[in-house]
Design a protein around this ligand. Structure first.
Ligand code: SF4
Length: 372
């Protein structure tokens, strides 16, 4: 037995054809950053994210013209669409009529009768609802003086609010929902989700809001989401980055792959480089070339990229293929075996040749395996 994360038992929420929770793989989400009424631009981003392996896409629906664009976007997307309407009940109804697979609402900001109307329509349409509770929309209770107490008090209030909404939705006979408890603070995110997870079986969407640009967000999300996921908590995730949604998908997969919750089809294991690095321009240049060449590769492969041969055979052993830099001509590995030395400028081309050879070998073995 190796290391294995024991996932929290939850009910399953269906977002279109994508199950969230239960025993299903943790879903990776991103959010489009185009104006939603720009159908072509939005679909271009959706297709880019689809190519990166995204499971579910959320888009903002802040106004009528965004809601009007939804049918064409849903039609053009292979993955389920969530419309984020925050606190505009009319837009939630319109988005559901348009056929979105889920609406994200913050029910605390909507009149109860209208929340009930949204829930009823979601039920009719077979759509899901994400109940969003954000620290920013929870008001601190009066009479609090000590900051740390206030933090805890607010965090508990977020949890209580979310639990109460779950009970309300269940009482209305609607069960196809999930919850997000979000904060820009990592500690609050971890605390609230842990507490919520103790109290219900409702699937959780994890994210740290306003996490910042690529580097800051990667750190905050890896700590916040990673801590929870390692506890078995979290059924769908979004890494919020001030930047490219493709990075959100890539970082999401990196987090899940580090915890062995999802496997990326292409894994590049690159050394960090040091004074022994003999690759022209450094190992980072070589790793980027490999990444670029494998961007559209749909098979499964692990490639190790090393700056020098010093630990080559050992470190390449766990990869399918490896390349290690050396003066003028680097080494090409298959598993722990050195295949040959190759002039540096041809290393990546030769690696690709070996990759396709490997594919042929695997394909040739398949009929025997099937018949065995
Ligand atoms: S593989 Fe070589 S270049 Fe890369 S970190 Fe190790 S010793 Fe340094």
């Amino acid at each position: 037995m190796g290391f294995e994360i024991k996932r929290r038992k939850t009910r399953t929420c269906m977002v279109g054809d994508r199950p969230v929770g239960g025993d299903h793989l943790v879903a990776v989400q991103t959010m489009t950053k185009t104006k939603t009424h720009d159908v072509e631009g939005t679909l271009a981003q959706i297709r880019g994210a689809q190519d990166r392996g995204v499971d579910i896409i959320r888009l903002a629906c802040p106004d009528e013209k965004s809601a009007d664009a939804l049918p064409a976007i849903i039609e053009g997307s292979r993955v389920p669409i969530i419309a984020d309407i925050h606190f505009a009940p009319g837009l939630a109804l319109k988005a559901l009529e348009a056929g979105v697979h889920c609406v994200r609402i913050n029910p605390g900001n909507i009149k109860l009768a209208l929340v009930q109307k949204i829930v009823a329509l979601a039920n009719d349409k077979g759509a899901a609802i994400r109940i969003g509770v954000n620290s920013g929309s929870i008001m601190p209770r009066k009479g609090l003086e000590v900051k740390t107490d206030m933090e805890l008090e607010m965090a508990d209030l977020m949890v209580d609010t979310a639990v109460q909404w779950c009970e309300q939705f269940d009482n209305w006979g609607f069960h196809n929902f999930k919850v997000s408890l979000k904060s820009s603070d990592v500690m609050t995110t971890v605390y609230t989700n842990r507490e919520f997870a103790k109290k219900t079986d409702v699937p959780l969407h994890l994210g740290v809001t306003e996490a910042g640009m690529l580097q800051a967000s990667t750190v905050k999300s890896s700590i916040g989401l990673g801590t929870l996921l390692q506890d078995g908590i979290g059924d769908t995730i979004r890494v919020s980055i001030t930047g490219d949604p493709m990075d959100e998908v890539d970082v999401g997969y990196e987090i899940l792959s580090a915890l062995r919750l999802r496997k990326k089809n292409v894994e590049i294991v690159a050394c960090p480089s040091c004074g022994r690095d003999e690759v022209d321009g450094g190992v980072e240049t070589l790793a980027r070339q490999v990444e670029e060449r494998l961007r559209d590769y749909t098979g499964n492969i692990t490639v190790s990229v090393l700056g020098c041969i010093v630990n080559g055979p050992g470190e390449a052993a766990e990869a399918d293929l490896g390349i290690a830099g050396a003066k003028d001509a680097g080494y090409l590995f298959k598993g722990e075996h050195i295949l040959r030395r190759v002039p540096n400028e041809k290393l990546v081309d030769e690696m690709m040749i070996e990759l396709y050879k490997m594919e042929k070998e695997r394909a040739a073995q398949q009929p025997e395996t099937a018949g065995a």
